[in-house]
Design a protein around this ligand. Structure first.
Ligand code: SME
Length: 155
């Protein structure tokens, strides 16, 4: 379980997200900061990125992890597109069993995609892949949805 031990607690993490949002010089640099924070705080987050929705295409913004071939995902594709179409967080415990999955790394075993809403419309997503099967639990979904709510202020 050591694998799941974060170095800052939830409240501290949310405070740091606020700091990035308030002090960064641009949306991009605030998102960079938040991606780095999430990736370094949770060891089961092996690829952590933000997609920005632009005219029906999810465009890759800041990320940590291996470069992804999926830098522009139409909303009718992938787990990422599914989260936009369904307007909710999608958790995939085993990507090998999900035909919607677009592969980024052969090591990825599970994924969570959390929409960022602005005025009830989706403007982007937090996308996280894990090398562990069934890595994303309710606690991860809750914190990521709180982070997404804060990121809404950048749009
Ligand atoms: N797996 C995603 C694509 C993005 S990569 O994981 C970075 C999907 O199925 O939409």
């Amino acid at each position: 379980m050591d694998n799941f031990m974060p170095s800052v607690n939830e409240q501290q993490l949310l405070g740091l997200v606020d700091d990035f949002i308030q002090t960064a010089s641009s949306r991009h640099s605030a998102l960079e900061g938040v991606v780095g924070l999430l990736a370094s705080n949770y060891r089961h987050f092996n690829w952590t990125g933000i997609y920005i929705l632009d005219n029906g295409i999810l465009k890759l913004g800041p990320y940590r992890g291996e470069p992804s071939p999926h830098v522009a995902i139409p909303v009718d594709n992938g787990i990422c597109g599914t989260a936009v179409r369904e307007g909710k967080t999608i958790v995939v415990p085993d990507v090998s069993a999900d035909s919607r999955y677009l592969a980024c790394s052969i090591r990825t075993k599970s994924e969570i995609v959390v929409p960022i809403f602005k005025d009830s419309k989706i403007v982007g997503e937090i996308d996280i892949d894990s090398d562990n099967l069934d890595a994303f639990k309710e606690v991860d979904q809750r914190i990521l949805e709180l982070v997404a709510k804060k990121l809404s202020g950048l749009f």
